[in-house]
Write a protein that binds this ligand. Structure first.
Ligand SMILES: [Zn+2]
Length: 49
């Protein structure tokens, strides 16, 4: 039921993950990364996508 399922939305930037992106996290080394809810790894969520 996600609007990201139309195939045009952003996808998770975590290595090996193909889930649709849910949030942007602030990574200390890589900066802002778009990831899914399962890949936030405890980093600060900047915003939802
Ligand atoms: Zn992911």
């Amino acid at each position: 039921m996600s609007f990201a399922s139309d195939g045009s939305g952003p996808f998770c930037g975590a290595l090996g993950c193909t889930e649709a992106a849910d949030v942007v996290i602030d990574h200390p080394e890589r900066g802002e990364i778009v990831v899914c809810n399962d890949c936030t790894s405890g980093y600060v969520v900047v915003r939802h996508v």
